[in-house]
Write a protein that binds this ligand. Sequence first.
Ligand code: AMP
Length: 457
Amino acid sequence: MYLLFSNPDFDTPSGLKARMFSSSYLSSPTFKTTVCKYVTTPIEIILSLNKPQSMYCQLLIGLIRRHEVLRIGTIFASTFPNCIKFLQDHRKDICSDIRTGHLSDWITEQDCRTPMSSFLLEPNSELADLLEPIFENESWEGIITKLWPKAKYIDAIVTGSMSQYIGLIDYYSGRLPIISTFYNSSEACFGINMEPLNKPWDVSYTFLPNMAYFEFIPVDKESPQKAQKLHFNGVSNEESIEKLENGNAQIVDLVDVKIGQCYEVVVTTLAGLYRYRVGDILKVTGFHNKSPKFQFVERQNVALSIDRDKTSEADLSKAIKAAEIELEPRGFLLTAYSSFADTWSIPGRYVLFWELKLRDSNIDQLKLDSNTMEQCCRRVEESLDFTYKLFRKMNLIGPLEIRVVKFGAFDELMNFCVSRGAAPLQYKTPCCLKIKEAIEILDSRVVGKFFSNGNLA
Ligand code: AMP
């Protein structure tokens, strides 16, 4: 059961039609004749442009065919919580459809209704009786293995910024192995994971040298962000390449990368991109035959910035991981996070949005303990870099704030991004929010605000 969704084509200002990479892949002959044979859902439902109706039918078919399901997947792990929330919200309709053998009337799209008729053949009260108590269980811990007992693994990318979903997937899947199969982008296909059973933090992608012409800009191993800023401060993509060509920095070919070194990847593609900086920082971990293997380090863009402090996506993720240990003993699970730099307050401060859930229950009301949450704020601050701590001590940056949002708030954020044109299949939770409306969506679902207090060590 691999959950896939398509986006409508759209017109660019020049009048040319454009299509999201994922939709283009789903409508390709390769997908239809190969991959599609190994998923539970018929192609018509995958290609339906009505996402809720398509999702509903995909989950319903997945449950009807539950004994055939060996893997559960989405492309990026960030889609996973959205699917679980959807299942939670629609569980009653799903059980009723199975029990009566009649598809809910709110599924109106013919590309969903017609293929569904070959799955909902007759009432199946036996299956409905089996599913209902699983769905109504107070805790959804390990629900995936209960619903799909033959599932062997979860197929979803959990490297890079997607690592924030590992805890949530582990929780729902009862710790099935999570496999990140490939490293891909709209610009080019980079590599595949040749050791799929490696733990997420040990995953490397072996580059496929025939997919594009790959080149690499070396960046500082300890602090890729800052090295990048030093080399290319304030210059555009083309200008920085010019700098490279003028010898102000080096660029190396695929065969010349060194183990242990970090690089920013640059692609030249058959589609016409010339020395395009995709924006990803990678670290060489070894070679497969003569092709290098890379670990994904982070997106090049700085996540948070106040004054001259710059905090990268990877640094933020590490600091949040360090703070998460405070939540474990209290029975909380961090299901998603994002952030923004609040530059309206004086001094400015970093604000984190945290979506929390109780491990043992689906109850919405969270009893938050301010000591624990303040301790989390503090842990995050203590785990940030030297510059951050220095600026905090000099009071150039104010105490970090954590705003806890209701479970499901990040789902609304995703819906908002999708309504603004993001492809559901390529959606990545923004680790830093820049758009006012996006901040407002989370802000309107805040259930508690906490600040770091006291002096930093
Ligand atoms: P898109 O063009 O929307 O498909 O996004 C491509 C971007 O997603 C890449 O440049 C990476 O930043 C990220 N990405 C893709 N695959 C992976 C992966 N396996 N691990 C981490 N990040 C990834």
